[in-house]
Design a binder for this molecule. Structure first.
Ligand code: NAD
Ligand code: ZN
Length: 261
């Protein structure tokens, strides 16, 4: 590691231990080293295949039974099957474990993640706001009840919520689908309290997540960007950790531990 990186890590560690309410905001880059491709950027899925249909949610509402049948048909779209298989094979990487360490140490109060891959929980994190849902779960679009993915196995399509009769779909937020109110409110209230946000592996182009670091800055807080590539938010960052999350985040945890000794 060069001197600039060492200095940035020291400064980031200092911000983390001196802040009262640290949040992480996470994107697909954190899971890149687990073998899950990102959507944008070099090697990104959309860079290769083009952007998917932007009205997935309208299509679901138009024919929910068809959507459920397509979930069973693994051959429907071979390119996207490759993505599904990568996500199913993926294991948490040192970046996920570093966030879990910060949470256990009482430093990280909540992680707002755009990832749907369940790798945070599998690394041992519990304080999660999964803003785009979690692919291992189902959700009622009306009352926001959630269940494990295979909960309604064998029932007729489309599936209706046993609580309120609303439609049940994957918890993953589709294009055109509103972010569930519960998790969105949690993100806004956490961001209001936040005095230091560490932004990991997100190109910060998808709203509302992209606005959270700006809110923290406007309220006088700090933010740390951890991303190997520049993003539209980079100029606003107090500290930039330019490297892979799997290397930078564990190095950051070591420095935080040293400061607290
Ligand atoms: P993005 O694809 O737009 O951007 C990925 C970012 O990760 C880029 O800025 C890139 O520089 C960075 N990156 C690449 N390798 C990295 C590494 N090793 N360490 C740290 N950063 C790295 O991702 P996004 O901003 O999260 O937005 C895309 C949307 O797609 C998200 O909302 C998310 O829901 C979804 N998505 C989720 C997954 C997943 O669950 N793992 C994967 C792909 C996309
Ligand atoms: Zn319901």
């Amino acid at each position: 590691m060069n001197d600039d990186t060492e200095r940035a890590l020291d400064e980031a560690a200092r911000l983390l231990v001196e802040s009262r309410h640290v949040l992480a905001l996470v994107g697909a880059g954190l899971s890149a080293e687990s073998g899950v491709p990102t959507f944008r950027g070099p090697g990104g899925l959309w860079t290769k295949l083009g952007e998917p249909s932007m009205n997935g949610y309208q299509e679901f509402l138009g024919d929910p039974a068809r959507w459920w049948r397509e979930q069973q048909d693994q051959q429907a779209d071979p390119d996207r099957t490759e993505f599904r298989e990568a996500i199913e094979r993926a294991e948490p990487n040192p970046g996920h474990y570093a966030l879990a360490d910060l949470e256990r140490m009482g430093i990280l109060k909540m992680t707002i993640t755009q990832n749907v891959d369940d790798l945070h929980a599998r690394a041992g994190q519990e304080l999660l706001a999964e803003i785009h849902g979690n692919r291992t779960r189902l959700r009622c679009i009306t009352c926001e009840s959630r269940w494990p993915r295979d909960h309604f196995h064998g029932q007729d399509y489309p599936i209706h919520c046993p609580e309120c009769r609303g439609l049940v779909k994957s918890d993953t937020v589709m294009f055109g689908e509103p972010i569930p109110r519960g998790v969105l409110d949690l993100c806004f209230s956490q961001t209001e309290m936040c005095d230091c946000m560490i932004v990991c592996g997100t190109s910060a182009t998808v709203y509302p997540a992209a606005s959270f670091p700006q809110t923290v800055r406007e309220r006088g807080g700090a933010f740390i960007e951890a991303n190997p590539n520049p993003t539209p938010l980079s100029p606003l960052a107090n500290v930039v950790l330019r490297g892979q999350n799997g290397q930078m985040l564990p190095a950051l945890v070591e420095r935080v531990k040293a400061l607290r000794r």
